[in-house]
Structure formats: structure tokens, C-alpha cells
Write a protein that binds this ligand. Structure first.
Ligand SMILES: NC(=O)c1ccc[n+]([C@@H]2O[C@H](COP(=O)([O-])OP(=O)(O)OC[C@H]3O[C@@H](n4cnc5c(N)ncnc54)[C@H](OP(=O)(O)O)[C@@H]3O)[C@@H](O)[C@H]2O)c1
Length: 265
């Protein structure tokens, strides 16, 4: 008999940045474990393709009737002031969100002395401020329905250490780690567990320029004891752990899924 320890049956997850890369893999993985999912991104066509992919892939293993529900919400998270209304709309369409995954992210690389303020602000807004504001809306919603909740923030190796040319990105992810800890200690009283996942280098659109740089690619492989780039699917198990009953007593943590990167001197 299955224990149900990792089951997400009856839950609904909202994944920002769920149209491709890590967010899509997480949305699909949560659906595979029983959740209905809502996804946010800017590009409508990619959202629609993601919706079909999640439904087809989860439906393949189940009867047609038990295909997961997938809602799509085209939205630019830089539009911070509209996030609260967006979230209310999502709740009214889905009838409630149990799990929030803050995954949408962007990066701009360049010498720190040359980064203009507009670029800095955009990275901080998408990676940190939007995650905070949507988490606030999620908390108010869980309080209103008097039910527990889970927040999973997608951090980075830059939650732990720095690399040249990533000032805005690393600052946003460092901030996201402290936000994770703050909300975990503050919202434990509402039964909201807040954790982060720190991916190593994962093969997605975001890292395509790095993978096609031969020297950088060699460097990544040499720094990763498991000797490969991660795949978005490598993060699914940790997300399911943090979203399910198995994660009941885990809060305020970051779990690095990095092929051993941070363990090596
Ligand atoms: N790939 C890695 O090696 C790696 C490592 C550590 C951490 N991460 C983190 O993991 C997360 C996902 O990365 P990824 O590699 O999967 O990136 P990706 O392939 O570029 O996907 C980014 C996702 O975020 C959405 N997005 C970006 N800007 C947005 C905005 N302003 N409003 C709404 N949605 C937006 C994108 O859709 P639209 O463009 O259509 O909006 C897309 O769905 C990011 O937070 C990233 O920092 C990635």
C-alpha cells in the first residue's frame, strides 16, 4: 500500500515561470504527483504549449478523465502593483492555491561597475520583489481560508557564494534566501512552510550562452563532482518533498541540488 507521504493529490500549485525550463519541469513534476497546477509567464504561446505538455504527459499515465487541470496566466511580474489583483484572479479561477513556487527569474551579466540602475532594478524586481509580493498575497489567502501552505523559492548557488559579473542576480538570490528564512520563522504560526531550492548549473534557455562557451562549459563540468550539467527534472524530487506531507517539519531551509558543487574544495 502506498503511504501517501509524497502525494499532492487534492492540492493546487502555482508556479511562476512555469512555461519552460525549471519552472515547467517543476509544474509537470508536481502534477505527476497529483497536484493541479497554475503557471505564470509573459509569453502566451509558451504557456499554452506548457499546458498541453503537462496535460499530455500526466494524462499518458492515467485515464483521460484524471488528467490534471492546468491554468495559464500571462503576466509580467515586473508589474508589481498588479500582482495582488492577479493573485485574487488566480484564486477565484482555481478555487485556492496550496503551494506557491517562486521560480520566475532573469539574469543580466556584465562588469558590476557598468551595470545601469534600470537593469539592476529589473533583476531585483523579477527575482526578489515579485516573489515577496506574491508570497504576501499567498499568505493572506491561506490565512483567510485557515489552511496550511507551502512556499518554495528557487534560489541559486549565488545564495551561497559569488561570481564576477552577477551583482544584481547574486544580490537578488541572496535576498531570496533571507526572505525564505524570514517568512519561515514569521509564518510558521500560519502553518506555512517556506523553503528554497538552490540549483547548480542546469541546462535551460537561461544558461544556453554559458553552455555554448567552451571554457565556461569545461569549468562547470570540472566543478561538478557528478560531472554533468543538471537537467530541470533533477529538481523535481526536492520540490515534491518540500510540497508534500514528507516535508511537514522542514522550514527555513535551502536544499542545494548541485551535483556536489558546494561539497568540493
Ligand atoms: N538554469 C540554471 O542553471 C539555474 C541555476 C540556478 C537558479 N536558476 C533559477 O531558476 C529559475 C528558472 O530558471 P530557468 O533556467 O528555468 O530560466 P528560463 O528557462 O529562462 O525560464 C524563466 C521562466 O521565467 C519566466 N519569466 C521571466 N521573466 C518573467 C517576468 N518578468 N514575468 C513573468 N515571468 C517571467 C519565463 O517566461 P517568459 O520569458 O515568457 O516570461 C520562463 O517561464 C530562475 O529563478 C533562475 O534564477 C536557474
Amino acid at each position: 500500500m502506498e503511504s501517501g507521504l509524497f502525494s499532492l493529490s487534492g492540492k493546487t500549485a502555482l508556479v511562476t515561470g512555469g512555461s519552460r525550463g525549471i519552472g515547467l519541469a517543476l509544474a509537470k513534476g508536481l502534477a505527476e504527483h497529483g497536484a493541479n497546477v497554475a503557471i505564470i509567464a509573459r509569453t502566451k504561446e509558451q504557456l499554452e504549449a506548457a499546458r498541453q505538455q503537462i496535460q499530455t504527459d500526466t494524462g499518458l499515465r492515467r485515464a483521460q478523465s484524471s488528467r490534471k487541470k492546468v491554468w495559464t496566466f500571462p503576466f509580467d511580474l515586473k508589474n508589481i502593483k498588479a500582482i495582488e489583483a492577479l493573485f485574487e484572479n488566480i484564486v477565484s479561477e482555481t478555487k485556492g492555491i496550496d503551494i506557491l513556487v517562486n521560480c520566475a527569474g532573469m539574469t543580466v551579466r556584465g562588469p558590476s561597475e557598468d551595470v545601469d540602475l534600470k537593469t539592476w532594478n529589473q533583476v531585483i524586481e523579477v527575482n526578489l520583489t515579485a516573489a515577496f509580493v506574491i508570497s504576501q498575497a499567498f499568505c493572506r489567502h491561506r490565512k483567510q481560508v485557515a489552511k496550511a501552505g507551502r512556499i518554495i523559492n528557487i534560489g541559486s548557488l549565488t545564495c551561497h557564494g559569488a561570481r564576477p559579473t552577477t551583482a544584481a542576480y547574486a544580490s537578488s538570490k541572496g535576498g531570496l534566501l533571507m526572505l525564505t528564512k524570514t517568512l519561515a520563522v514569521e509564518w510558521a504560526k500560519y502553518d506555512i512552510n517556506v523553503n528554497a531550492i538552490g540549483p547548480g548549473y542546469i541546462a535551460t534557455d537561461l544558461t544556453e550562452p554559458l553552455r555554448s562557451d567552451e571554457d565556461f562549459n569545461e569549468w562547470v563540468l570540472s566543478k561538478t563532482p557528478l560531472g554533468r550539467w543538471g537537467q530541470p527534472e533533477d529538481l523535481v524530487g526536492t520540490a515534491v518533498l518540500l510540497a508534500s506531507k514528507a516535508g511537514d517539519f522542514i522550514t527555513g531551509q535551502i536544499i542545494y541540488v548541485d551535483g556536489g558543487w558546494l561539497a568540493m574544495l
